[in-house]
Design a protein around this ligand. Structure first.
Ligand SMILES: [Cu+2]
Length: 156
């Protein structure tokens, strides 16, 4: 009777320990909360650079204009402000609303001085559309700032 109670207590402890480990391990980076930042309506990467800031971190996003298709071009992000040095990773995902354009994901590389960049090649759209959307995820280890930029690429 007593031995059984001890076994039950031990089992309870093991379950609790496993639950604790499950909650507190597994990489904090995976669970960094995503916060979508508002991008000004007049921001159009197809026309020129966009500048956005949320106090701690400012960024300036630049694409080649007009944005080419079927040819590599540079995506550059310049960070400034107190949070610039804390940026750990920057990812870009190009998509077309409501249409599968394949996987167009890029990991930007830090160039120093707060500059991150990637070489991007967009596929041509078989429907003749040019309305792309860039989703930019900026991870500083504490949270992921997500920014959505609708823009037009060059037609043809
Ligand atoms: Cu398309």
């Amino acid at each position: 009777m007593n031995g059984r109670r001890i076994t039950q207590g031990l089992l309870l402890f093991v379950v609790a320990a496993a639950a604790y480990l499950l909650l507190h391990s597994g990489g904090d980076k995976e669970t960094a909360p995503t916060q979508t930042l508002a991008v000004p309506a007049d921001c159009d990467l197809g026309q020129g650079p966009c500048e956005i800031g949320d106090g701690g971190l400012r960024l300036r996003v630049v694409l080649e204009t007009p944005v080419p298709v079927m040819r590599p071009f540079r995506l550059a992000v310049q960070f400034s402000g107190p949070g610039a040095a804390a940026v750990e990773s920057v990812r870009a995902d190009f998509s077309m609303p409501g249409m599968n354009m394949g996987v167009n994901r890029y990991r930007l590389l830090g160039q120093g001085e707060g500059v991150w960049q990637a070489e991007v090649t967009l596929p041509v759209c078989i429907s003749g559309r040019s309305d792309w959307r860039l989703t930019l995820d900026v991870d500083d280890g504490q949270r992921i700032r997500r920014l959505l930029f609708p823009f037009r690429a060059q037609v043809e």
